[in-house]
Design a protein around this ligand. Structure first.
Ligand SMILES: Cc1cc2nc3c(=O)[nH]c(=O)nc-3n(C[C@H](O)[C@H](O)[C@H](O)COP(=O)(O)OP(=O)(O)OC[C@H]3O[C@@H](n4cnc5c(N)ncnc54)[C@H](O)[C@@H]3O)c2cc1C
Length: 396
């Protein structure tokens, strides 16, 4: 196997693996733990399709230069609480499923690895809800999308902007029955770092069971910058504030994210998908009455198709939406138009990951000076009244 290495800043979207007629391109993790295309030279006929389809080399979005922006709340409380923001995704997913369509999104598989999958009924949508801040393996979902589209079914595909660019590049033309939604994307974390985390977390929470679930943004403790992670095992559930969770700390400090995320070609306007969804950060300064702390989304309508689907959705479902100036959304979520800035010691961090001599907790100690457990110790020494005030501010 040879690494298809002349495509710099490969995002691992999988378009090349999906298009190869000989299944000669195989997505595998590189040493840092990011999916990259490798070529089985015994199968490759050098037809060049893998390069032609690469969105880094060939994708241009013709979406709007000035998208309309909305605040969005899915008013089905139970559904919204399972989602990371205001429940935009499950609202569109329900709409497509009820029309007999197929929905594609990111799930945890049986080994809690993150990958894309298809859903054809409402129950399967639940697995796609919730942000998983890890690079998702799109597998052969682009091929499955094409099959579904050719039968005339409505299809919804959700993913990072680079995955949507990969899908569109693979399809090669617009399909009226395809709706795409991209995420406002801070970047994706290494799959290898995520595996290290899964191995260590049970020890940290002192549980001798098996890891069965992970909610990276549990809104039962409120929606905001100071979120909680819920770890579920065969024995119990545990809630860690993001500052106590090694995986979140490494991700949020831009240590564990992909090289391509640091020079993202797709975090810009025009966006890659018909619709963009993310958190409506800064909503409290815009209109605090909108923030009930259960999650509020920001939506950008990037194409006429996106506008059409949005109009249909809000006329038929339990949705609250309100148009807001796009600048308000972008100002508080700058990754809509730019890449994340790397941690100054990111390269060194990955050298340590590759050497695999240190545990994740030791890497946190080494690279993030202000360790959460130090903060925790200081916090516990504070008077209870002050502790309560700090908690209230963090949970805002
Ligand atoms: C890696 C990542 C980075 C993000 N960065 C930001 C950010 O900087 N600012 C911001 O405002 N919002 C960001 N988001 C988006 C935000 O967290 C919510 O996912 C989004 O607002 C949708 O929320 P929801 O309530 O509508 O849907 P939910 O019901 O929570 O649905 C989650 C949606 O995200 C998709 N998804 C989940 N994990 C992945 C993954 N690993 N790869 C591809 N798709 C995935 C699912 O397919 C589904 O469509 C990010 C999400 C992810 C996954």
């Amino acid at each position: 196997m040879e690494f298809l290495n002349d495509i710099k800043l490969c995002t691992g979207c999988g378009a090349c693996a999906n298009i190869c007629p000989h299944d000669a391109v195989i997505m595998q993790e590189d040493e840092k733990g990011f999916l990259k295309p490798f070529v089985d030279t015994t199968r490759c006929t050098e037809c060049g399709l893998c390069k032609k389809v690469c969105p880094l080399l060939n994708f241009q979005s013709d979406n709007f230069e000035s998208p309309q922006a909305f605040a969005f709340i899915n008013q089905n409380n139970e559904v919204r609480m399972r989602s990371s923001s205001g429940g935009v995704f499950p609202a569109f997913a329900k709409y497509i499923i009820e029309k007999g369509g197929a929905v594609f999104g990111a799930v945890y598989d049986s080994s809690l690895k993150v990958c894309h999958d298809a859903a054809y009924d409402l129950k399967d949508i639940e697995k796609m809800q919730g942000s998983k801040y890890v690079q998702s393996d799109t597998k052969y979902t682009f091929r499955a999308v094409k099959n579904a589209l050719t039968t005339g079914k409505p299809v919804l595909y959700t993913g990072s902007p680079c995955q949507i660019a990969g899908l569109k590049s693979y399809l090669g033309k617009e399909w009226e029955n395809l709706l795409t939604i991209d995420l406002i994307c801070h970047g994706v974390s290494s799959r290898r770092v995520f595996e290290m985390y899964k191995k260590e977390i049970l020890k940290k929470i002192k549980d001798n069971g098996r890891l069965t679930g992970l909610n990276m943004r549990d809104k039962n403790f409120g929606w905001g910058y100071g979120f909680f992670v819920t770890i579920t095992t065969t024995n119990a559930s545990y809630h860690l504030h993001k500052t106590e969770d090694d995986f979140q700390q490494l991700y949020l400090h831009n240590l564990s994210i992909n090289d391509s995320c640091l020079q993202c070609k797709f975090n810009k306007i025009p966006r890659t998908a018909d619709i963009t969804m993310g958190d409506f950060w800064g909503v409290e300064d815009y209109d605090s009455s909108l923030n009930d702390k259960k999650g509020i989304s920001a939506v950008l309508l990037n194409s006429a198709k996106g506008q059409k689907y949005f109009k249909e959705l809000i006329s038929t479902d339990q949705i609250y939406s309100e148009e807001v100036p796009a600048e308000v959304i972008i100002r508080n979520n700058i990754t809509i138009i730019s890449s994340s800035i790397p941690h100054p010691r990111r390269e060194e961090f990955f050298k340590d990951v590759v050497a695999s001599k240190k545990r994740l907790s030791q890497l946190c100690e080494k690279y993030l000076k202000l360790r959460p457990n130090i903060l925790k110790r200081i916090f516990r020494k504070l008077p209870p009244k002050l502790q309560r005030i700090i908690k209230r501010v963090l949970l805002k």
